[in-house]
Design a protein around this ligand. Sequence first.
Ligand SMILES: Nc1ncnc2c1ncn2[C@@H]1O[C@H](COP(=O)(O)OP(=O)(O)OP(=O)(O)O)[C@@H](O)[C@H]1O
Length: 458
Amino acid sequence: MDKIWGQAREELLRIVGADSFATWIEPLRLSAIEDGTAQIACPTRFLSDWVSRHYSNDILTVFEQMGSQVQRLQFETRAPSPPRRAAAAAPAPRPSVKTPAMARASTRATEDEMSSPLDSRFTFENFVVGKPNELAHAAARRVAEGGPVTFNPLFLYGGVGLGKTHLMHAIAREIQQRQPEARVLYLSAEQFMYRFVQALRDRTVMDFKELFRTVSVLMVDDVQFIAGKDSTQEEFFHTFNTLVDQGKQIVISADRAPGEIKDLEERIRSRLQCGLVVDLHPTDYELRLGILQSKAEAFRAQHQDLQIAPGVIEFLAHRITSNVRVLEGALQRLFAFASLMGRAITLDMTQECLADILRASDRKVSIEEIQRKVAEHYNIRLADMIGPKRVRTVARPRQIAMYLAKQLTSRSLPEIGRRFGGRDHTTIMHGVKKIEELRSADRSLAEDIDLLRRLLET
Ligand SMILES: Nc1ncnc2c1ncn2[C@@H]1O[C@H](COP(=O)(O)OP(=O)(O)OP(=O)(O)O)[C@@H](O)[C@H]1O
């Protein structure tokens, strides 16, 4: 079982990412596989509920990929046997954010568990600065240099893969190096919630509060995760206030601006807005070029025989515009391919080796995707997008979808009309005009549209 689970964990780590893995998958063990059912031991009921609701599909997919006969999962709440490191696929231990002061504290075990490990690649030196991220970078540097707290919190936001986590790790690492006695606690909002719920269950809330309220710097990644989770928000709010009152620095990241996070309590929203809010804009050509050049240089420092033909880096910077993570992935694949084949990286080879990525970044948004995203965003049924209902709560999102279809696709008005349940092109024209007018008058609608557009374009 350990061997199978070790293999499955490796794959799960890749799928769910290091943070979610450490929080949700790491504590699980595979106890048996019988008649197509995998029995998975979870240390707490909460964990088993959460994992079964959010990660069952991922786990089943991984079993399927491994060629196993597992069809169902059964979660049991019982203390798992201690993990066997040899079979485990947990990430190699990386330095975690803890300090000598933390080690002396009586709650040491909890603090160690609480902080997320830092990725050693995510430093300021490795962060390439360009127009789209210069403000975020400057603010992050300022916070990392320490000194009097000038803006609190620092709120960094931006789309997927644009460097938020990189900057957060760089700040944490730099503070740690400059002020070894500072207690920096860095974790994701998901982990904050998990630890809080665990403290509630174990009746150790006072320890939890004490721990969070005595740190020097609190850094919380992906704060949008706590939206809609009432008691976690409440606890976060109090922690936040106590630290700000004590003049302690807080750094927060999210995938959108505080004003755009739905189901976030108003008082938290306004607290988050009262420091410095900076965003990481989508990359431009120059920044992509800079990032590619710096990564290629780093790679060539270790593989001197690697040849990259002129124009390849420029070609990639021009063609792959989605985000830095995709850009990095493309480059890594190219390097791996070139060293395996012992070939120089030419333009032809790049096109052949990255055909799928290049096709995907060519991809145009479809009207169906627009309808689906808009329906999800406004919580209406997808069928209402094409149906006849005229109530405002349905008609307005429908018009927004029409507007986005006009903006983001090259379809004609009659074609769009057909996809909206056979409506006439004049109805589409009217919808598009209406939204254009409302956009300039209604700020929150304009923000909604920008958000949807970003979601659809990434
Ligand atoms: N300006 C940059 N210079 C160098 N590397 C970068 C830059 N921006 C992003 N990266 C790299 O791109 C990858 C994705 O960045 P990161 O994980 O920080 O994104 P993110 O904004 O946190 O995304 P997500 O919301 O998906 O977590 C990382 O490997 C990071 O090192």
